[in-house]
Write a protein that binds this ligand. Structure first.
Ligand SMILES: Nc1ncnc2c1ncn2[C@@H]1O[C@H](COP(=O)(O)OP(=O)(O)OP(=O)(O)O)[C@@H](O)[C@H]1O
Length: 357
């Protein structure tokens, strides 16, 4: 990554029992950097260290021109200017929503516009007089997000903010997080286990493994690598940038992507909207010829690049479609039946309803 003055540099070491963290990270000073990795790899520890809440963390933290920590000194947590949201964010129970928001906003002496803006953007106006214990989990997280943002932070740290919510609720809040990512004007560091959140929110992706960085870079590059444990997950796949080129009367979207035009369902996006589409390997089937006599709407001419065995007797096929990588997960029997060999021309088939937009 080319260095810029507003970059974030984090070089940390920490020992706690058997756990060791040793990493040296440079993150862009804007956009959303997602920290991803298995349970216990140190994601929360990293966020806590950045916030100044891990006294055992040694090393250096620089956010743009500001030094938050070096070998000689460490700024206390309250002077770092971070906004934090956790899985279960604690709002002050005796205060109404608006007073919870005003609490951090007043201390930061932030402009009134900031309070008004995030109440509006996170659709909190109908909740302002409510007490936290009367809110749903999703509403509480929206208030927690707003509370973090109205304190005018230099950096926003989000530690699995959606993981306590069920899938429909996560789906409701993701658009708000996308708005925060686009409009907050500050870098966001976001911890999650969920590939859906990575695909939707990440500009930059850091994969942690046992306290070390196993991959870092622009999100789509890292997501589409096939040499990381990510490619072995049940929900492995690729993520493409797309632009909506049409939407029919039934809501079917035509998407212009680097793999050609794809058809998908997923929201009332007008033509011109830019979004990401995730194609899971298990939703891609392969055929030797083009079959227009099936219900499949996405038929992509592909070249088979490689086949690799997966645990459990399945095979992962790596394909290329107009220079774009694609993964397909198929069974051994299909490999034998179709006589698949690297270099073969094939048709990759994906149901429109399987695409994740
Ligand atoms: N308070 C603590 N005391 C002792 N060990 C801890 C403490 N908190 C975390 N650990 C250990 O430190 C390591 C890193 O934990 P951390 O919570 O940062 O991982 P994580 O990647 O955020 O995990 P998860 O995805 O499950 O939240 C783990 O081995 C964990 O068991």
């Amino acid at each position: 990554m080319a260095e810029r003055a507003d970059d974030i540099h984090i070089a940390l070491r920490l020992a706690r029992g058997d756990f060791r963290m040793d990493l040296d990270l440079r993150l862009p000073g804007s956009g959303c950097s997602v920290v991803f990795g298995p349970s216990g790899c140190g994601k929360s520890t990293l966020l806590r260290a950045i916030a100044g809440l891990e006294p055992r963390a040694h090393g250096e933290i620089r956010v743009g021109e500001a030094c938050w920590q070096d070998a000689r000194s460490a700024l206390p947590a309250h002077r770092r200017g971070v906004g934090m949201v956790f899985q279960h964010s604690a709002l002050l129970p005796h205060l109404s929503v608006v007073d919870n928001l005003r609490f951090g906003w007043k201390r930061a002496r932030a402009a009134p516009e900031l309070l008004e803006r995030w109440i509006e953007r996170l659709a909190l106006a109908p909740l302002l007089s409510r007490k936290p214990d009367s809110l749903s989990g999703g509403e509480r997280q929206r208030v927690a997000l707003a509370r973090a943002l109205v304190s005018n932070p230099r950096l926003l740290l989000l530690d699995e903010p959606l993981s306590a919510l069920d899938a429909p609720r996560r789906g409701e809040i993701l658009p708000y997080l996308e708005a925060v990512r686009r409009e907050a004007g500050i870098p966001v560091l976001y911890v999650t286990h969920a590939l859906e959140e990575v695909a939707r929110l990440a500009d930059h992706l850091i994969v942690l493994d046992a306290g070390r960085v196993s991959a870092a870079g622009p999100a789509l590059d890292v997501l589409n690598r096939d040499d990381l444990p990510l490619a072995l997950r049940d929900d492995a796949g690729v993520v493409l940038e797309a632009e909506v080129s049409a939407r029919d009367a039934h809501g079917l979207l035509s998407l212009h992507t680097s793999a050609g035009t794809l058809h998908a369902h997923g929201g009332a996006h007008p033509p011109g909207t830019r979004l990401r589409v995730r194609i899971q390997a298990r939703d891609v089937s392969l055929a030797l010829g083009r079959h227009d006599d099936s219900s499949l709407l996405n038929l992509l001419p592909a070249t088979l690049v490689a086949l690799s065995d997966l645990p459990g007797g399945q095979v992962q096929a790596r394909l290329e479609v107009q220079g774009q990588a694609l993964l397909a997960r198929i069974s051994h029997r299909s490999v034998e039946r179709l006589g698949l060999q690297p270099g073969m021309p094939l048709w990759a088939q994906v149901k429109a309803v399987a695409l994740l937009v």
